[in-house]
Design a protein around this ligand. Structure first.
Ligand code: C2E
Ligand code: MG
Ligand code: MG
Ligand code: MG
Length: 293
């Protein structure tokens, strides 16, 4: 910063920080009422089997629809809800809503084979009676445990020990699948992975798009793409060795799809197939291949 206007910049920066803090505070204050008022909605993003591009599951992704019509994304309000603790009732609501909706799809389209994947915040596993919550939702809705997947981020999962870990084991014993979300963004102890009750691994975007782009010298003289591809291949192989199924996040191009398919990756998710869509758009996706054939 130039000395001359340094003070101004600091003032501007403070003002901006202040605005952000106020906006966050307002959102956090409005959130409990918004939950009661039904302002949260769930969209669903297809999880697609790579061999034939059939829809095998959907991920529930929550959005906040303001009374004025403006939509706020989860990247904005989920961190706030995690801080205030509202994530516990909000997360419980998303779980119930997704299961209720999945039962409706199955009733309206008999024979539907679909699993529903719901994101769990660390706090839901740490503080709340998550096993009771899930048990109750499954009992109330009639959705089968084996068709439910719960996603925890790699960093949340790696820090899970004691009672929360027991809770995950109990959920797994009920038949619920546990997936590691955003895998590759943290620092997994791969040996430790084996001890966790995990069924699936969701490879974070960078592995799919451009792995290790931040390490220009990776591979030395060799083509960097070649090295990236080998790392991706090893990761998929490792996951399979551990008995995990692999989902690639952020599949955006046919080239990525082709590459992942060749490497034996099981499922994919991303704009190439479909963005998150409203519940009403899911039945049409059950019929044929999802995304460009
Ligand atoms: P996530 O669980 O990793 O979900 C995937 C995110 O990637 C979604 O963002 C999705 O819209 C986006 N995405 C999907 N395909 C593509 C693609 O091809 N390209 C790109 N660039 N992005 C793609 P979204 O819906 O904004 O959600 C963001 C995050 O918010 C989620 O990341 C998840 O961590 C959190 N979240 C959403 N719903 C819930 C919830 O009900 N509970 C909790 N605890 N967290 C949630
Ligand atoms: Mg997720
Ligand atoms: Mg993810
Ligand atoms: Mg995420």
């Amino acid at each position: 910063w130039a000395k001359k206007d340094g003070r101004n910049r600091v003032a501007e920066f403070d003002a901006e920080r202040h605005r952000t803090a106020v906006a966050r505070f307002e959102l956090s204050a409005r959130m409990p009422h918004a939950l009661d008022a039904g302002e949260f909605v769930v969209d669903y993003q297809p999880l697609v089997r790579l061999t034939d591009q059939r829809l095998v599951g959907v991920e529930a992704l929550v959005r906040w629809e303001q009374p004025g019509g403006e939509r706020i994304g989860p990247d904005v309000f989920i961190p706030i809800a995690e801080e205030t603790g509202l994530i516990v009732p909000l997360g419980r609501w998303v779980l119930a809503e997704a299961c209720r909706q999945a039962v409706r799809w199955r009733e309206e389209h008999p024979g539907t084979q679909l699993f529903v994947s719901v994101n769990l915040a660390a706090r839901q596993v740490r503080e709340a009676g998550i096993v009771d919550d899930v048990t109750r939702v499954l009992a109330d809705t009639g959705w089968p445990a084996h068709a439910l997947q719960l996603e925890l981020t790699e960093s949340d999962l790696m820090g899970t020990t004691g009672e929360p870990l027991d809770a995950l084991r109990d959920l797994a014993a009920m038949g619920v699948r546990i997936a590691i979300d955003d895998f590759g963004t943290g620092y997994s102890n791969l040996a430790y992975l084996r001890t966790l009750p995990v069924h699936a691994l969701k490879l974070a975007g960078p592995f799919v798009t451009r792995p290790f782009a931040a390490i220009p010298e990776a591979g030395g003289e060799r083509d960097r793409d070649e090295v990236d591809l080998e790392v991706l291949a090893l990761l998929i192989e490792l996951a399979h060795t551990l008995g995990l199924s692999v989902t690639a996040e952020v599949v955006e191009t046919s080239l990525q799809l082709e590459r992942l398919r060749k490497l034996g990756c099981d499922t994919g998710q991303g704009w190439y197939f479909a963005p998150p869509v409203p519940a009403s758009a899911v039945p049409a996706l059950l019929r044929g291949p999802v995304g460009p054939a």
